[in-house]
Design a protein around this ligand. Structure first.
Ligand code: NAP
Length: 278
């Protein structure tokens, strides 16, 4: 059998860590797959997907801005992606049939489990209501979180997420954020705040030592939020853990083999080391 190909599609994709992570993953299982980054502008996405059956591509990672649009272009969409109207993974079978999947939310939950953080019955506060936050909240509900509060700069976006998910997801308005932090077991930053900067998504004086703080931002690896959380005595989980675990699930979907997370993490760390933080 000849080499199979997988790729991340997005626009832009130059800075994606996925090629480093997935190449290390394929190497760890010894499968004959390779991985590249393909820049697909929005106006070229439909043609790219309809040509897939004529290529050697058997798997796609899907990143911004295509996560929503991809769902309307594939042959099948799994239940979670249909609910979220968003997908980050495509499988392409022998006949060229395409199926969209979402691995972000379960990858997030895998990262928590790996870190020894209990989900079942725990109280979560999620900052953000964008694509990543939606996947995380959906997965937390499926994994039986006790309560999931959602707070977002644009309140209507958070309200729409809460209405889509229903119980036990609740809207947290800015005025109640401090109360909600003190009533939560796990705080999750799922906003862009802190990516490539030293900004924090909330007042770090609210952090207390029995809170677990998770930041899905992975550049810098220790964000200012995680640095402040660690200084306050909190257990922390960095964004690389979710990034690795969502990629692990992608490789399982494509190849049926579970790659080695240590090799993938080392490759990601090497790729991150060269990036500046302002
Ligand atoms: P997105 O769909 O664009 O959502 C961005 C979210 O951040 C929105 O809730 C937005 O609020 C909020 N936000 C942006 N700037 C803000 C600011 N200055 N103050 C307060 N809130 C702000 O992006 P996404 O795909 O959800 O990604 C969010 C972050 O997660 C990115 O940094 C991304 O790299 C990271 N991520 C990590 C992983 C991983 O595996 N570790 C996976 C996916 C994403 P509004 O609604 O008010 O605009």
């Amino acid at each position: 059998m000849s080499t199979r190909h997988a790729a991340v599609i997005g626009h832009p994709v130059t800075h994606s860590l996925s090629p480093a992570i997935h190449t290390a993953g394929f190497r760890s299982t010894g499968v004959d797959w390779d991985y590249s980054a393909i820049d697909v502008p929005p106006e070229g996405l439909a043609a790219f997907v309809s040509d897939l059956s004529r290529t050697t591509l058997h798997g796609l990672s899907v990143t911004m801005p295509h996560k929503n649009a991809i769902c309307a272009l594939v042959d099948e969409v799994d239940a979670t992606s249909a609910l979220l109207a968003s997908a980050n993974t495509v499988t392409i079978d022998e006949t060229g049939r395409t199926r969209a999947h979402t691995t972000d939310g379960d990858g997030f939950c895998d990262a928590l489990v790996e870190a020894g953080v209990s989900i079942d019955g725990s109280r979560f506060l999620v900052l953000g209501a964008g694509g990543a936050a939606r996947s995380i909240v959906e997965a937390l509900v499926r994994h039986r979180a006790g309560r999931v509060g959602v707070s977002n700069r644009t309140v209507d976006t958070a309200r729409s997420l809460v209405e889509t998910m229903g119980e036990p997801v609740t809207l947290v308005s800015a005025g109640f954020l401090a109360d909600e932090v003190s009533n939560s077991d796990v705080l999750v930053n799922a906003t862009n705040v802190g990516m490539g900067s030293r900004q924090t998504p909330l007042d770090c004086n609210l952090l207390r030592s029995d809170l677990v703080v998770v930041d899905i931002v992975y550049h810098p690896l220790e964000t200012e939020l995680l640095r402040r959380a660690r200084a306050a005595g909190c257990a922390t989980v960095d964004g690389l853990r979710m990034l690795i675990h969502q990629a692990v699930r992608q490789q399982v979907l494509w190849t049926g083999m579970r790659p080695d997370t240590t090799m993938m993490t080392e490759a990601a760390r090497r790729a991150l080391e060269s990036r500046p933080v302002s």
